[in-house]
Design a protein around this ligand. Sequence first.
Ligand code: F0G
Length: 482
Amino acid sequence: MNRRSWAEPFKIKMVEPLRMSTLDEREQAIAEAGFNTFLLRSEDVYIDLLTDSGTSAMSDRQWAGLMVGDEAYAGSANYYHLEAAVHRYYGYKHLIPTHQGRGAEHILSRLMIRPGDVVPGNMYFTTTRAHQELAGARFVDVINDAAHDSLDESPFKGNVDLAKLERLIADVGADRIPYLCLQCCVNMAGGQPVSLANIAATAALCHRHGIKVMLDATRAVENAYFIKLREPGYGDKSIEEILREICSHTDGCTNSAKKDSLVNIGGFLCLNDDGLAEQARNLVVLFEGLHTYGGLAGRDMEAMAIGIGESVQFEHVRARVGQVEYLGRQLAAAGVPIVKPIGGHGVFIDAVRFLPHLSREELPAQALAAALYVDSGVRAMERGTVSSGRDPDTGKNIVPRLELVRLTIPRRVYTQAHMDVTAESVIALHEEPQRVVGLRFTYEPKYLRFFQARFEPVEGGVVLRPSAKAAERGVVTGATGQ
Ligand code: F0G
């Protein structure tokens, strides 16, 4: 067999030691955190798969870029470097930097939404929808049905359902729809990409009705990689070319540079319309900072400019998405129910199928994330009922079809061995799912509740009961050997 593997296109120059904890320590830490992995101290975490946001390892060139930060209040040289990078790789006319993605979402929502408007999108994202609602709009999901089905293996599960969109336009009228928010590698669907054919068709439909299309470009580079792999006609195109083509159909974007763009903080808003850009530059001064820094230090903008250039390198994206696939394949091979196809930024476990003994009210994904931490010190995140929040009109819990635990892989940070340790812990829990105890809320904040909510086990005080199997074999539980 002629087998040739890919390997990471970098070697490691500096290391950050990890602390392994004992089972007792982890049981105490998760109880103190109200069984919410967001409230754990990072020093108590062994392998941190909470998010791929702001957690990338920067390259030596990016670190060197920090040293040429021009910290002028106005007109920093680094702003112009960033502007050049965004023009080259994303292609939009106007760039407004922001401190991170939600800063751009805030400005865009305030700028374009009037109370009573409707904003369609290919599935919600938490901060995006929250800003749309704060500005007085209602979000309407127009993603295709396959996205809500963890078993459906369609290659572009992020696609917009054009019939749903057309119906919405007919129902509410195009003048109540300021823009459609088009997300790449749809996060809440499991990192599922959108095809270029669908992007083009969606944009054509919107533009025919005078509706703008705003890209959530947060993971557009990873989406471009999937297009190259899966969409006929794109195999020979570079990531750079595909990214430009995606953006060319849209009127602007919000971007969290903490993902694709390989920085620890940063984001931006782009607009092609001169008038809108002028208004956005005016708003950004109020909420973020002057339009040539938008809440960022000059050095941050330099790291972002360099990171954007690195992010579109084929070898980089292949290794990044390849590592996610490596973890996903191990879990799938062991029969763990995961969202298929494996997404771009993480592996998403279907907690309802993983924990059939729990009801939806017992918050299976929240419970599984907490139990995984107790087992091995791996920190994951709930993406289900808790993240969905409450309906702003009825106040009732929104119970989404997908109840997921996200194992999110930071870029360029962990090795294959870390993926192995993670897989072993998930598989061990999957062999004895009854060990996992359901949770209920003890505190629920008003906005984006998943970040700060607290919980308690519905019985017995612990979220993970001792392993009968491990006791039989005479070993102690926990992938860290504790
Ligand atoms: N859009 C998408 C698709 C995102 O995934 C995020 C952040 C944002 C916008 C907001 O950007 O965090 O820079 O303000 N996602 C993170 C996550 C928080 O863990 O998925 P931000």
